[in-house]
Design a protein around this ligand. Structure first.
Ligand SMILES: C[S@@+](CC[C@H](N)C(=O)[O-])C[C@H]1O[C@@H](n2cnc3c(N)ncnc32)[C@H](O)[C@@H]1O
Length: 295
């Protein structure tokens, strides 16, 4: 069992290294990378983050699965003390390079989210975006336990989860059915999805306060690609490749802009006025605080 875990971790690290070598930004952002409304520059990204927490100077931030350092660098520029952990050495080298270019001091560690190399009660904010979804559910639970340990008693963690009740779950299920039929190996970084009630149950075990927000309301993809996405390549062939030219929009650009705005409206409506709608969003941000004292 321990050997299987080590083997999976090694495969995951190798895959992320490979993806980071090809294109770290596309590897972390996925098809979002091609969304013109996606927050690309620092100011826009800080605004997006501020929708969740205040990047206050002097506060300690830990980014789990930090990738090339997007969050660490933006928060570092706001004066936060930044720590980042990632399983991929190549991702961390990119983060180090970018931080040095901006003359920022960030603390980077190579490691596994489920075994955090930090003392208990260390961080005001823990951020984990698009990382728990790549872990087997048992490892995601261990990671939550670790976050509970390293978070300060008055701190909060902001964790991204993928929703199971979504069209993309069905697509993923069909792809994995055919992969099994064709005897193709499952990607070591396949995506795990959760029901809202499942998240409440798992997370509630470690934190007294849990708030679940809709993060993205994409219902149907607006941009498609045959071979562009390293993710879809992974699913189809197991080999990451990028051919950006093959990206195409499913609707004219002005309609995509409109539909993007509609998705954004749904997200705000669900979060502010109609919580039941959250059941159907694509992504959640789960805000947890008041780590439980476990004796
Ligand atoms: C989709 S990327 C997201 C990166 C970043 N959080 C962002 O939003 O830009 C997932 C990141 O998690 C890292 N990762 C995957 N499994 C991990 C694990 N078990 N422990 C730590 N990091 C992991 C990958 O190397 C990769 O950098």
């Amino acid at each position: 069992m321990i050997d299987n875990n080590r083997k999976l971790l090694k495969n995951q690290a190798q895959m992320w290294d490979k993806l980071a070598e090809i294109d770290a930004e596309l590897a972390t952002d996925g098809l979002q990378h091609y969304n013109p409304h996606y927050s690309r520059n620092n100011n826009e990204y800080i605004q997006t983050l501020s929708g969740y927490f205040n990047p206050t100077a002097g506060k300690k931030l830990l980014d789990i699965g930090c990738g090339w350092g997007k969050t660490l660098i933006s928060c570092g520029k706001e004066g936060m003390e930044c720590w980042g952990l990632d399983i991929s050495q190549v991702m961390l080298s990119k983060a180090k390079e970018k931080a040095e270019k901006d003359k920022l001091k960030i603390h980077l560690s190579l490691g596994n989210a489920a075994e955090l190399p930090y003392k208990e009660n260390s961080f005001n904010i823990v951020w984990g975006y698009a990382v728990l979804m790549h872990l087997p559910k048992s490892k995601a639970k261990e990671t939550l336990e670790e976050i509970r340990r390293v978070l300060k008693s008055d701190g909060s963690a902001y964790l991204h989860f993928k929703n199971r009740i979504h069209l993309m779950s069905l697509v993923a299920w069909v792809i994995s059915f055919f992969r099994k039929l064709l005897n193709k190996p499952i990607s070591p970084i396949e995506i795990r999805r959760y029901h809202l009630s499942e998240i409440k149950k798992i997370v509630g075990k470690y934190f007294e306060q849990v708030e679940i927000l809709a993060d993205d309301f994409m219902i149907f993809p607006l941009r498609l690609t045959f071979r562009v996405s390293i993710y879809s390549d992974l699913f189809l062939t197991g080999v990451p490749k990028i051919k950006p030219d093959s990206l195409f929009n499913l609707l004219p650009t002005h309609l995509i802009t409109l539909v993007d705005k509609f998705y954004d409206f749904l997200k705000r409506f669900a979060n502010l006025h109609f919580p039941s709608l959250k059941w159907f969003c694509r992504d959640f941000i789960v805000i947890v605080s008041r780590p439980r004292v476990i004796k």
